[in-house]
Design a protein around this ligand. Structure first.
Ligand code: SF4
Ligand code: SF4
Length: 456
């Protein structure tokens, strides 16, 4: 006779039953100091998400990711598609930051700062508690019952919140001014945008009302990365098995096996089984276990932020040499990025000799070269610019279009003619420096070569 092997948490995700159907997770609402802290962090994050596109810094939105126009604003600093070095730096710093942050602090991002968790746990789940109560198993009653109408009302609020969230994210992509214009103009002028907004709202509603924790446990690539990034010294929400085992009401360990920690877990797992991919480090189980520990007169923090190494050796290792070292590297990276971002030039210039052109002889002592000049104004104000030769000073420079006003966020492209006296030429190729001035202020300088006749 073949013996059936008991199923464990390692055989299949906890939210899938033996027949492959979804096991709905109805997590109890946590309460305690970690939940309070998380609520505060969540509301700061939500306020930032909602307000950042409205706040102006130097006339630019605090945050804007206008992908269609390839224009980004980060803390009021405009970044254009031409700022490739900056975009590359941001991407490189982000990747290194994610790796280092995860190695040290585990999945804290997921439980505390990820928009998916913030909206699900702090907005939608709270609305659900409000309408349906804080039950471990939701009541199922047919149409016409009080439960049915409570559910109906809950879903109506869910839909309204989903539309709101879509508009919050649209603010980040197109900016509040454009969004307001779209909202106030007739729908038929923006049919595509309107249906796109409805589609995205429906998607959010489906995610938060139905799909929920499966985003973290099945889809999110960052969650999958944990397996390769975490090691025994990484900090995570961890059960102190040394103190807790052997568990049970009549055993000697501190854990009384009450399952309170499982009842609040939004991904439905049992942290006593050790580090698991599904754990988003939300700390709900810490709070719940601390309540139990208080009731049975045991020290709190049987479940806590610690590393496997810390639990095994008994040495609290949340702050150690490695944490300090990696955190220092993270801080340096952020400082480099911030300094680069805030010290960018307000205008960007390229000046290239016109292809195939050499020098022209203007008169017996003067030679000229032609260049193509491109200036991008990255600021929100119009600029009246003049070109002057910095080296050699005696040369002359002339804009073929004669245009000197560069509109905010505009581009000026023009042929320029540089005339140099033969006495200023140092050879076949002479280094020149062109200054772009706003009044008497040098805004940008550009060095290039001036071609002259052979033998000078
Ligand atoms: S809440 Fe604490 S005591 Fe209860 S099962 Fe979880 S770890 Fe054990
Ligand atoms: S095990 Fe604890 S920290 Fe991890 S997701 Fe569940 S409740 Fe949150």
């Amino acid at each position: 006779m073949e013996l059936e092997t008991p199923r464990t948490f390692r055989d299949r995700p906890i939210n899938i039953d033996d027949s492959g159907h979804r096991n709905w997770i109805y997590a109890k609402q946590p309460k305690g100091e970690w939940y309070t802290r998380r609520t505060i962090v969540a509301w700061i994050a939500i306020s930032f998400l909602v307000l950042a596109p409205f706040i102006k810094i130097n006339g630019n939105p605090m945050m804007l990711f206008d992908v269609a126009n390839r224009k980004f604003s980060i803390f009021g600093q405009l970044i254009w598609a031409q700022d490739t070095y900056l975009l590359s730096l941001i991407m490189a710093v982000t990747v290194v930051f994610i790796v280092l942050f995860t190695v040290i602090y585990g999945r804290i991002w997921c439980g505390w700062a990820c928009p998916q968790t913030i909206f699900l746990e702090m907005v939608y789940r709270r609305i659900e508690y409000l309408f349906e109560g804080n039950y471990r198993t939701r009541k199922k009653e047919g149409p016409g019952s009080a439960t049915f109408f409570r559910k109906l009302a809950k879903h109506a609020v869910f839909i309204a919140i989903s539309i709101l969230i879509t508009n919050v994210f649209l603010n980040w992509i197109i900016g509040p001014e454009k969004l307001w214009k779209i909202i106030t103009e007739p729908i038929h002028d923006h049919l595509f945008g309107f249906f796109a907004m409805l589609g995205i709202s429906a998607f959010y509603y489906w995610i938060y009302a139905y799909f929920r924790e499966q985003v973290c446990t099945m889809i999110c690539p960052y969650g999958r990365l944990q397996g390769v990034l975490l090691d025994s010294k990484s900090i995570a929400v961890t059960y102190d098995y040394k103190r807790g085992e052997p568990r049970g009401p009549k055993n000697t360990g501190d854990c009384i096996d009450c399952h309170a920690c499982v009842s609040v877990c939004p991904t439905g797992i049992d942290i006593k089984n050790g580090s698991q991919l599904e754990c988003i480090n939300c700390t709900a189980c810490i709070d719940e276990c601390n309540i139990v520990m208080k009731k049975i007169n045991k020290p709190k923090n049987l479940i806590r932020f610690d590393s496997v190494y810390g639990i095994e050796t008994g040495k609290r290792s949340v702050l150690n040499a490695r944490t300090y070292a990696y955190s220092t590297v993270l801080a340096i990276l952020v400082i480099i990025l911030a300094v680069t971002l805030f010290n960018r030039k307000p205008i960007d210039t390229t000046m290239l000799r016109i292809q195939g052109s050499i020098f022209q002889k203007v008169d017996s002592v003067t030679f000229s070269n032609l260049y193509m000049l491109k200036i991008i104004n990255k600021t929100q104000s119009n600029k009246s610019l003049q070109l002057r030769l910095i080296t050699p000073k005696s040369g002359k420079i002339q804009l073929a279009t004669g245009q000197s006003l560069l509109k905010s966020q505009g581009t000026l492209e023009s042929v320029i003619i540089v005339n140099l006296n033969a006495k200023d030429l140092t050879g076949k190729s002479t280094r020149i420096e062109v200054g772009i001035f706003e009044g008497e202020t040098l805004v940008e300088s550009y060095a290039t070569n001036f071609l002259g006749p052979d033998g000078k």
